[in-house]
Design a binder for this molecule. Structure first.
Ligand SMILES: CC(C)(COP(=O)(O)OP(=O)(O)OC[C@H]1O[C@@H](n2cnc3c(N)ncnc32)[C@H](O)[C@@H]1OP(=O)(O)O)[C@@H](O)C(=O)NCCC(=O)NCCS
Length: 403
């Protein structure tokens, strides 16, 4: 608990804060946020994910910190996701969101998260160390006159809680080709099955699940949107689109693309593609801790590279801190934190500003292109090894909100 000089108290939420939290979330985020905010309380101790600012007994500001996991290659990294950030209008511009964000970052770092992830209003979170890093998927708009033939042997039905393991494994398979992936947390899956606004569809052939997708809540008269399409079969995509067309009575269906390319393959020539032009935000609070956490992934990349049989040291300066990686025979053996360092290239190392670390490790550009893009990111003579360790990444992120 923390008391500000103006008397406002910042603390973790308690179960009895629920009514005011829901009221403020609906007032600032819109009533459509209510089912999700309420669902966040559904499991035991759900209120522990909320942080609140109280002026006396009046709730002035709130935010949530979810526990997520982001996979890099085969390494699963704990990540914090902030959500439902809201300040009552008569308490705005007093630094309450800023203070709650600082608390969420402390909690996230203390519990061992190596990064933070979020989707938010434009610009705001860049003030708190976030960067737009992971491209959001575009979508295909299936033309009203496009003939979509659903294969006769594929049926589509609403998924239930009993299908959870099947849904998870379909999603895991759809994400397998992505270098960076985030699946739904247990809380989100639980919410999906308890929410009245979510429809998860399952495509089956002779009772065997072959695909799934999620239908956005029905809030538009002309469009309906299918997201999270996970299948290896073009026919299942067609069956899912045809089912939605049939059940909604509407002809225009928007289908979000996936990193695995199956949606693209199924809808080529039948739909118009549009990029989203937007990105998910990431924040890395301790670059050295992150490198240590992804060490086995870096080793795998090294072992598969022309540097596999070399032994040496790689100095990476983050300017305000630095790290030395020792490597031998295809393995990164240690990541050792060092002091701030102004001229790493002169010392035979590479320089990466701390605010570009998330781009370097998780982003779509890779080390070499970042060197071209930013004058303070310099790979120097270690360009070859840095490019092996930090290649461009594709990503596939599932959130409870639909793009
Ligand atoms: C956005 C919101 C949470 C900000 O809350 P707040 O308590 O007023 O924010 P703070 O006072 O801590 O502002 C921190 C900084 O952000 C700036 N800021 C405030 N609102 C901003 C906005 N909408 N966009 C960009 N910057 C903003 C402030 O100028 C402040 O900087 P400063 O301290 O250097 O002056 C609040 O306006 C709100 O609830 N909006 C409606 C709901 C919403 O959009 N939530 C975010 C969903 S992702």
């Amino acid at each position: 608990m923390h008391k500000r000089p103006d008397g406002i108290v910042l603390r973790g939420a308690r179960a009895e804060d629920l009514d005011q939290i829901l009221e403020l979330t609906a007032a600032r985020g819109g009533p459509e946020d209510l089912p999700e905010a309420r669902a966040a309380f559904i499991h035991d101790e759900g209120h522990r994910q909320f942080y609140v600012a109280y002026d006396g007994d009046r709730l002035a500001s709130v935010l949530t910190l979810w526990q997520e996991h982001i996979r890099l290659g085969s390494t699963r990294l704990p990540a914090g996701q902030m959500d439902f950030v809201a300040t009552a209008t008569d308490y705005e511009h007093r630094g309450l969101a800023r203070d709650l964000v600082a608390i969420a970052h402390e909690v996230s770092a203390e519990r061992g998260d190596v990064l933070q992830f979020l989707v938010g209003i434009p610009y705001f979170y860049r003030q708190f160390g976030y960067r737009y890093v992971l491209p959001m998927p575009g979508h295909y708009t299936v033309r009203p006159d496009a003939r979509i033939e659903a294969p006769a042997e594929i049926t589509v039905r609403a998924a239930t809680r009993a299908d959870l393991d099947t849904l998870k494994s379909l999603q895991d398979r759809a994400q397998a080709s992505a270098g960076v992936a985030m699946g739904h947390s247990e809380t989100t899956w639980e919410w999906m099955f308890s929410s009245e606004t979510v429809r998860v569809l399952l495509a089956e052939r002779e009772g065997n699940a072959i695909g799934t997708a999620r239908l956005a809540p029905d809030d538009d008269d002309e469009y309906c949107a299918l997201s999270e399409v996970a299948t290896s079969e073009v026919g299942a995509v067609h069956a899912l689109v045809a089912d939605v067309r049939g059940s909604s009575g509407r002809k225009t269906v928007q289908v979000t693309e996936r990193a695995d390319g199956v949606v693209q393959q199924a809808l080529a020539g039948l739909a118009e593609h549009a990029d989203s032009g937007e990105e998910f935000l990431l924040r890395v609070h301790d670059p050295v801790m992150l490198l240590e956490a992804v060490r086995s992934e870096l080793s795998a990349r090294l072992a598969a590279s022309p540097f596999a049989h070399e032994k040496g040291e790689l100095l990476i300066s983050f300017y305000s801190s630095s790290a030395t990686l020792t490597y031998d025979n295809g393995a990164i053996e240690s990541v050792v934190k060092g002091p701030s360092m102004q001229a790493p290239v002169y010392r035979g190392g590479s320089g990466v500003p701390p605010d570009l670390v998330a781009d370097l490790v998780f982003g779509p550009h890779g080390a070499e292109a970042l060197d071209e893009l930013y004058s303070d990111l310099n790979l120097g003579r270690r360009q070859g090894l840095m490019s092996v360790l930090f290649p461009p990444q594709s990503s596939d992120i599932l959130t409870y909100y639909l793009g």
